[in-house]
Unconditional design. Structure first.
Ligand code: AMP
Length: 427
């Protein structure tokens, strides 16, 4: 049998890849307006980084990470997410000492998780994410959320739902944690074994359990919002006030949690409400992680970020039937007739491309009609016809494929003719 792509991965072919490039361009342009700078970290890192940075009790680390030993006996992992690597680099490169604070970074690239593949869930997927490190101003939380929303809105998505929550600071979380333990403990034997383990270690994660989602104690569980101390409550109110100031609609959902100790204050998700969008509706997830930098060996530094995958973004665009404005048209297709003309095409084509035009020619010795057909397939705006006769007269015949008009132009004028008609939009 022929070899196929590994399960949960895909080829992105020409025709499709332009959409990815377009999305990445839009996201990068928006990052520029917000002053987030690109960072590129390795595809693989020490496994240890993710055990500390993602948490060794999480499914990602326990069940989904691609871990391997290299020939030197080091335990490495294909990165399952982008935050821990960015924080590792922040610490290693002492970015905390940079006079420009907060340090605002974005990244894009493939992530790897051994998950059960289904619509919207891959084993290799491309995330785009940002991290802002070094500020605990709620305006940064609102900025990060607005950046994510802006990417989606610039691409034309309309059916979006932003949900936010606050996990509070350490004091609030400790009080809430105690209330959760008291709430679940008397009936914990009705819960799955994972939840039983979580009770003392990390009761917040019980709220995240997929198996026990419908247990009556879930909906009556104490809400974190009732345990926020004054400082955390004011922080959360400010985030909301700033979002309102930017006309960003949101819903507060106290069940939105992130189970690890170093997550605090703001957590958010952006979902698609589009009809026909699959079962997995989360497009983007993010939150504040004021303890993470320390966990990875750096000085205490607050941080917040988000990540979304291009795969799910494309699915949302499809569900809303949004076609991205991708330029397909070719500026000029060369049709040549005769040996000398064909030879000469090499030089003109080179000059044309050098001047920045998209240009193509025939390489299969096709007949005139077939060359015109090829020009059509390329959506050529102009077809330049060069025969030996024209060449002798130092002329070239140009056909405007939209209007059907044809003109004979002196060969040395050819590029300026296209410049006038394509770049300046003349006729
Ligand atoms: P997470 O890093 O798990 O918080 O995920 C952040 C975002 O990455 C999600 O909201 C999805 O858009 C995307 N994502 C996570 N896992 C996958 C996957 N297996 N396949 C495609 N996209 C994913």
């Amino acid at each position: 049998m022929s070899i196929q792509v590994p399960r949960g991965t895909q080829d992105i072919l020409p025709g499709e890849v332009e959409k990815w490039q377009y999305i990445e361009e839009v996201a990068k342009d928006i990052c520029k307006t917000y002053q987030y700078k690109e960072i590129r970290t390795p595809i693989f890192e020490s496994s240890e980084l993710f055990m500390r940075g993602v948490g060794d009790t999480t499914d990602i680390v326990q069940k989904e990470m691609y871990v391997f030993e290299d020939r030197g006996g080091r335990s490495l992992a294909l990165r399952p997410e982008g935050t821990a690597p960015v924080v590792r680099s922040f610490v290693q490169n002492k970015m905390f000492g940079d006079p420009n604070q907060p340090v605002k970074l974005f990244y894009t690239g493939p992530m790897f998780r051994y998950e059960r593949p289904q619509a919207g869930r891959y084993r290799q997927f491309v995330q785009f994410g940002v991290e802002a490190l070094g500020s605990e101003d709620p305006a940064i939380d609102a900025e990060v959320i607005s950046l994510a929303m802006q990417v989606y809105q610039k691409l034309g998505l309309k059916n979006l739902k932003l949900i936010i929550n606050s996990l509070g600071d350490t004091e609030s979380r400790t009080n809430h944690r105690e209330a959760l333990i008291n709430h679940f403990k008397p009936r914990i034997d009705e819960f799955c074994s994972d939840c039983q383990n979580r009770l003392e270690k990390n009761p917040l994660r019980i709220l995240d359990c997929k198996k026990d989602r419908d247990h009556e104690l879930m909906s009556s569980a104490p809400s974190i919002l009732d345990y926020l101390n004054d400082e955390s409550r004011i922080y959360f109110e400010k985030v909301q006030k700033y979002l309102q100031a930017m006309d960003i609609e949101f819903v507060v959902d106290p069940t939105l949690v992130r189970g690890l100790d170093y997550y605090n204050h703001t957590a958010f998700e952006i979902m698609s409400n589009a009809e026909g969008f699959g079962a997995i509706t989360t497009l983007c997830g993010g939150g504040r992680y004021n303890g993470l930098v320390e966990m990875i060996g750096g000085p205490a530094t607050p941080g917040i970020g988000f990540a979304f995958s291009i795969e799910r973004l494309l699915a949302a665009l499809e569900a809303e039937r949004i076609a991205l404005p991708i330029e397909e048209a070719l500026d000029c297709y060369f049709v040549s007739l005769g040996e000398e003309a064909k030879d000469h095409t090499v030089k003109i084509l080179h000059e044309l491309r050098n001047a920045g035009f998209t240009a193509e020619r025939d390489y299969l010795d096709r007949k005139l009609k077939a060359q015109f057909k090829a020009a059509d397939r390329h959506h050529a705006k102009f077809v330049a016809v060069l025969g030996d006769e024209e060449l002798k007269n130092n002329k070239i015949n140009i056909k405007n494929m939209q209007s059907g008009e044809q003109e004979e132009v002196a060969l040395p004028e050819f590029i300026s003719y296209l410049e006038k008609h394509i770049r300046l939009g003349g006729h």
